[in-house]
Write a protein that binds this ligand. Structure first.
Ligand SMILES: Nc1ncnc2c1ncn2[C@@H]1O[C@H](COP(=O)(O)OP(=O)(O)OP(=O)(O)O)[C@@H](O)[C@H]1O
Ligand SMILES: [Mg+2]
Length: 346
């Protein structure tokens, strides 16, 4: 039975068996009733029986299979409304094909369910993180405002300080919202890169210079090492500036005091390799994989103390990926970290 794959083969075998039975029964009946057997006639009748029953059986099979399988295909292809109704050839393995297609459909569906479950989990985590991120500054603002309302406003010693602190909380909320806005813009595909020829040497120098005051406060030295005098790359200048800001900011925040933050530019054939390094804390290998996820922080208390929300690297990753490149990190605990990415030369 395993070899019978097509409805036609099935019809041939069944009608053949029936025809043989027909001949045997005829012979037996003739034998019991002692009648002369005309073998030629019997053979002609048997062949006619075979041919007619073959076509009748095939027609029934075709109607049955077509109507059932068509329904099945209609169900599994509900998302393809304009798909033409299929024709089924009775000389092909239509049932086997349907079985394979249903299996494929089942596997696709279970992958989809898996993906939806992951998304749901991600969404829940995301909302939890977001609520947490906003709660901290909101409570602190509320605390300062309440104290001011309850008489603090008249107290010259605290009124200005408390207002400044409340303002810091507002700044923090603004930063989270702006960062999230940017991430959403990139993820929903609304971000259009404005790619232009950009001098990466001067861009790196400008961004480094803008950190002079912050670096001085933490006694961190800033250094630019470059293999080029000038080098143009093709990129969205503002967005790459944002990436450099995020990386340099991290390297100062998580680097060691009296340490060194270095931006290095290397020639990598038709690309420029851009590295931002520090000689600070370093990152243990178990964190490296998740580092670029939204809200991920290695040392939560320290990062929060530095004003971090855990969105900086996630934004950097999105921007670099929008440039069809990737961003990576190598790091050793206690020695420091190097974040690096490539940009195409112009
Ligand atoms: N150079 C670095 N050295 C050590 N740890 C780092 C470094 N850069 C990032 N990290 C770790 O990775 C985490 C994620 O960094 P990310 O820049 O995404 O967020 P953040 O700095 O906490 O907040 P922000 O959104 O303000 O940048 C940080 O909290 C920190 O724990
Ligand atoms: Mg950061």
């Amino acid at each position: 039975m395993k070899k019978l794959k097509t409805p036609k083969q099935f019809a041939v075998v069944v009608t053949l068996v029936l025809s043989v039975l027909f001949v045997v029964i005829s012979l037996l009946l003739n034998f019991f009733f002692n009648e002369e057997v005309n073998l030629i006639n019997l053979l002609i009748v048997a062949i006619a029986f075979f041919v007619i029953s073959y076509f009748i059986l095939l027609a029934f099979l075709e109607r049955l299979i077509t109507s059932k399988i068509r329904l099945l295909y209609r169900v599994i292809h509900t998302n393809e409304p304009n798909k033409k109704e299929r024709e089924f050839s009775m000389s092909k393995d239509v049932l086997g094909e349907a079985e394979r297609e249903v299996m494929k459909w089942g596997q696709k569906k279970s992958k989809e369910i898996e993906r939806l479950k992951e998304q749901e989990q991600f969404r829940r985590e995301f909302l939890g993180n977001l609520a947490h991120e906003l709660k901290t500054p909101i409570f602190s603002i509320q605390g300062y405002i309440l104290t001011l309302l309850e008489g603090g406003l008249e107290d010259e010693k605290i009124n200005l300080t408390f207002l400044e602190r409340a303002n810091k909380g507002v700044d923090r909320i603004t930063k989270v919202v702006e960062d999230l806005d940017l991430i959403t813009e990139i993820e929903s595909g609304r971000l259009v890169l404005n790619q232009k020829i950009t001098n990466i040497v001067s861009l790196s120098k400008d961004v480094l210079d803008s950190f002079e005051i912050k670096a001085k406060k933490r006694k961190v030295s800033l250094k630019l090492t470059t293999e080029f005098e000038q080098q143009n790359v093709f990129c969205d200048k503002d967005k790459i500036e944002q990436v450099l800001i995020n990386l340099i900011n991290n390297s100062i925040n998580y680097g060691s005091e009296n340490g060194l933050t270095e931006v290095r530019l290397f020639d990598a054939e038709d690309h420029v390799l851009i590295e931002v390094s520090d000689d600070g804390l370093g990152i243990a290998s178990e964190h490296l994989q998740r580092l670029f996820e939204r809200f991920y922080r290695v040392d939560k208390s320290r990062a929060r103390h530095e004003g971090g929300t855990g969105l900086g690297l996630s934004i950097a990753k999105h921007i670099i990926e929008a440039h069809k490149q990737s961003i990576n990190v190598r790091s050793e605990v206690g020695k420091g970290s190097v974040f690096y990415f490539y940009l195409k030369k112009a």
